[in-house]
Design a protein around this ligand. Sequence first.
Ligand code: NDP
Length: 279
Amino acid sequence: MPAVPDILLNNGQRIPQFGFGVFQIEPKDTAAAVSAALDAGYRHIDTAQMYGNEKEVGEAIAKSGIAREDVFVTSKLNNGAHRPDDARQAFAKSLDDLGFDHVDLFLIHWPLPTRYDGDYVSTWRTLEEFYADGRARSIGVSNFQPHHLRRLHEESDVTPAINQIEVHPYLAQQEVRQFCADHQIAVEAWSPIAQGNVLDDPTINEIARRVGKSPAQVVLRWHIERGDIIFPKSVTPERIEENIDIFDFELSGADVEAISALDRGERTGPDPDTFDMVG
Ligand code: NDP
């Protein structure tokens, strides 16, 4: 089994630095993909209410025979459920669908600053309830910019353990990452290979040839060396194995810098300050 390192969160909990994302995996394909990931040694699954596949994630984990405490499971609050009572109901449904009495991490999926009268603080205070009663071992946010995080800091009690944001070589996110580092918030990098968009890059391919790894493996290793937490998605068994096979080599400091220098502020997903989809 690959030796995946843990990251220590600001509340004393630990999270495997590498896992498996299930965004855009059809419910009918999810159990097979998660089973393949668990077989390959993944012990961290990232799902969300929005993905519609929590039930199948839970089923695959139950079927695996791996102890519940040995798999780190994250889910996220759907955009339509930010009001406190809706959030309470949605969270209870997540646990029910997963078939668990707790999740390891629960996140606000998007800040939605143009919805709910700009109030994501009462939503966060509701997640604090789930943390206090132990049904969420850690709580955090996703797609929060520094100004959103600053507001939580000023108006609530618990510092998010995690901020899950889009990060890859074409979107290095230095400002948000620095803010998080300064406030002991661990960063999770979503779309770590930009859904495949960075894999033809000449710099990444030159490094891949030189170190004898694939472009995807080089990019995933770059994230690990920068200290971020990642969970690449694939429904392809060979890629599921390829993506976790990154713990037997290191990139030089110069190679890490060369990949970081590819930053061109290019998002593959929406801008958190304007994204307002609640449906
Ligand atoms: P990724 O960057 O993980 O890329 C996934 C795509 O790359 C798929 O099309 C997959 O194809 C392909 N791929 C995977 N591995 C390889 C490989 N070794 N070589 C070539 N192609 C490969 O994108 P995601 O957007 O899925 O991000 C990962 C996870 O991050 C999500 O699953 C989700 O958990 C999370 N996320 C969170 C968001 C948020 O707002 N909080 C937003 C988006 C993602 P195939 O499956 O066909 O093999």
